[in-house]
Structures are given as structure tokens and as C-alpha cells.
Write a protein that binds this ligand. Structure first.
Ligand code: PGA
Length: 267
């Protein structure tokens, strides 16, 4: 498939999704270890997303001017209210959070997270100056039934319904084939690249030429060994990393693989 014609080349972004791992004290250690490795890395944006209860510890450890930004793994669309167990945008902002993962397949699968809910959360997020990372991806059954394009297109259209076009610089999309998450079964660069190019074309159709600047991350068993080949695909602008982001060395190696230039002064 011919790559989409990019008007804007997005700055690469690597996001670590820690899922339900790391207590606050574990978080301090891992964050310190990551910071030590990446503090002189340039030309790339880096984010870690610890669990809610570890956000204050990560925020403290990172300090004010860290090269690593902080992200959350979910949020509620409302500012406040009678929503037991939920966390709002302003609560996240208080701990320096800048990004929020929305519609991760684990939440779609286990917590009834619909694309409609994701759309409301994405709109709310940008209202609180949080960058939404909107996740989409097909299951194995859907891929085998040749439904990948239709599923991903429909998830994107409904998860971004009503998203304010003047805020698209803030938007990040993550393509994560469900069958590749935590399974060690990574999509081949070609499989992933094809879907990314379709997503890029769709984003340009929805938002106009500025859609070419939206970062589209690949996620699903990204490891130091496969990262460079995935990142070489023209419409893959970075990675959403689960398991490997819990290992500072592996996370650093993935970041290095995603950087546009590997200047020797940083070695
Ligand atoms: P994984 O998870 O890298 O462990 O496959 C990716 C994700 O779920 O974001």
C-alpha cells in the first residue's frame, strides 16, 4: 500500500503503559532508573503511565522540568460528581499529568468502555489540557474474518466523534491489535504499517491536512528487538509499550529505536 502523503512529520512519541503494576515505592525506583537513562535523549517525546495511586510518587520523582511526561491510564469525562471509583481530569492535572490513555482494549474488553464513552472522555481531556491517546484495534477473530479495516475505521470515527478540530495537535491515536497485546505475537512491520497508513488517510479525511500531523503509535508486544523495524514504517510515529516499559533498559532501547537520528553524542 502506498504511504499517505504526509504534510507534517510528527515528532516521535514513546509511551510506557505500566497497567496495574508498581506500588508507589516501586514507582520511585523505576522512574529514577528510567530518568537516569533518558535524561540526555533528544528529538523524541517520552511518557510514563503508572497506576493512579503511583502518580504522585512519579510526579515527585520526575520533578518539574523532566524530559519525561506523565500520563494516566484512564479518566472520567465529568469534572466531578457521584461516580464512585472514578478519577477526573482536574484530579490528574494536579499531579502534573499531561497525557491520558483512553479506550485501551483491556478497558473495552473488561470494563465496558465503549467508543461513545471514549469520545466523551477525549473531548473532556483536551478541555483540561490533557493529551488523549485514543486506542483502537481488532481482535484475532476480526482479523481472520478480514474485518480489520472496518473495525478500526468504525472505532476511530466513533471514538473521535465531536473531537474539536482546533485541538488535533493534542491528539494521539494508538493502533493496538488485540491479538498482539501481551502475547509476544507482534504484528509484522508490514501488517502494522498497512493499518497505520489507512488510519492516517482516515484522519486526513476527518480533520483535513492537519490530520497528517497526528501521532499514530503502534502497540502490542513492542520490544527492543522489533522496535526499529516497526518504527521504520512511514506512518508509525512511535510506540505504546506495555510489558517492556517495566524494564528501564528495554524501555530506553525502544526509545532509542524510535528516535529519528541517533546522534553519537548521546551514546
Ligand atoms: P504489551 O502491551 O506491550 O505488553 O503487549 C501493550 C499495551 O497494552 O499497551
Amino acid at each position: 500500500m502506498t504511504p499517505s502523503k504526509k504534510v507534517i512529520t510528527p515528532r516521535p512519541l514513546v509511551v510506557g503503559n505500566w497497567k496495574m503494576h508498581k506500588t508507589a515505592s516501586d514507582t520511585r525506583d523505576l522512574t529514577q532508573d528510567i530518568v537516569k537513562r533518558v535524561e540526555r535523549v533528544a528529538n523524541i517525546d517520552m511518557v510514563i503511565c503508572p497506576p493512579f495511586t503511583s502518580l504522585p510518587a512519579a510526579h515527585e520523582t520526575l520533578g518539574r522540568h523532566s524530559v519525561i511526561a506523565l500520563g494516566a491510564q484512564n479518566m472520567h469525562a465529568a469534572k466531578e460528581g457521584a461516580f464512585t471509583g472514578e478519577i477526573s481530569g482536574p484530579m490528574l492535572r494536579e499531579f502534573g499529568v499531561r497525557y491520558v490513555i483512553l479506550g485501551h482494549s483491556e478497558r473495552r474488553q473488561f470494563d465496558n468502555e465503549t467508543s461513545e464513552k471514549v469520545a466523551a472522555k477525549a473531548i473532556s481531556a483536551v478541555g483540561y489540557h490533557l493529551r488523549p491517546i485514543v486506542c483502537v484495534g481488532e481482535t484475532l477473530t476480526q482479523r481472520e474474518a478480514d474485518e480489520t479495516t472496518a473495525v478500526v475505521e468504525s472505532q476511530i470515527r466513533s471514538s473521535l466523534s465531536g473531537f474539536p478540530s482546533e485541538q488535533i495537535d493534542e491528539l494521539v491515536v494508538a493502533y493496538e491489535p488485540v491479538w498482539a497485546i501481551g502475547t509476544g505475537k507482534v504484528a509484522t512491520p508490514r501488517q502494522a504499517g498497512e493499518v497505520h497508513t489507512k488510519i492516517r488517510k482516515l484522519l486526513i479525511k476527518i480533520f483535513g491536512p492537519k490530520g497528517s500531523g497526528i501521532r499514530i503509535l503502534y502497540g502490542g508486544s513492542v520490544k527492543p528487538e522489533n522496535a526499529a523495524a516497526l518504527m521504520a514504517e512511514p506512518d508509525i510515529d512511535g510506540a505504546l509499550v506495555g510489558g517492556a516499559s517495566l524494564d528501564a533498559r528495554a524501555f530506553f532501547d525502544i526509545i532509542e529505536a524510535a528516535r529519528p537520528t541517533r546522534a553519537s553524542e548521546h551514546d
